[in-house]
Ligand binder design. Sequence first.
Ligand SMILES: [Zn+2]
Ligand SMILES: [Zn+2]
Length: 261
Amino acid sequence: MKLSVKGCRGSIPVASKSKQHFGGNTSCYTVETSDHLFVIDAGTGFKNVDLNSHSECFVLISHFHHDHIQGLPFNKSLFSLNRPVTFVNDLVSEMKFKETLELCFSPPYFPINLFSNLSNIEFCLSEKLINQADKNFDLKTIELNHPGGSIGYRIDHQNKSITCLCDNEFHQEQLNTLLEFVENSDIVLWDGMFTDAELVNKKGWGHSSIEQAIDFFSEAKIKNLLISHHDPSRTDKELNQLKSKLPSGVFLAYEGLELEI
Ligand SMILES: [Zn+2]
Ligand SMILES: [Zn+2]
């Protein structure tokens, strides 16, 4: 399995020399197996994903905040799909899922009606993938704590596992459920938008801290934890300072990072 970080910035994309290393694109990650391409979220990093690269492709949407869908219409391969691509969500029904994305990408919010210009797109809930008889992967989902809701995804393939827990505002009551959900994962993506000091004034904003990531890692039976959804104001210098305090096994995501497990 391979995880690639296409965008790890939270809230809004940024373009600045001081933020080049960690990157400016918003949430988008790919998980590849030999046959399948899973894309987690379609933030601006989504523009750099080739949706035709594998025999099957699933785009797993965590939620509909702008930073997680903004790149959707700018992916060139979306307009030349050589087989169906399935968009997956668990927050709303299949019909509402399509309607929500259509609303975001049609006038007055977008110049054209995107989906009327696309073919080979399907919309479903995760249970459709989970119940596929011939699959050689396991997909699990979990409800996260985020305004309006958000869905975490876990993908297992040949005894390897990658889990994404973005966006989430960690609450102590979630601990046991999250520990169980991530158990034996090789990589867990964690929403580390804030520090503990910043979180004091950001209660209810829907994000967790870097220190909470470290605490969670110390309790979880996982190999690595990758902190992502970086605050858009955070510079490379600041992120590198935070990185220097991380324990072994905990890393900061950066755009362009590829991890084979
Ligand atoms: Zn977000
Ligand atoms: Zn969000």
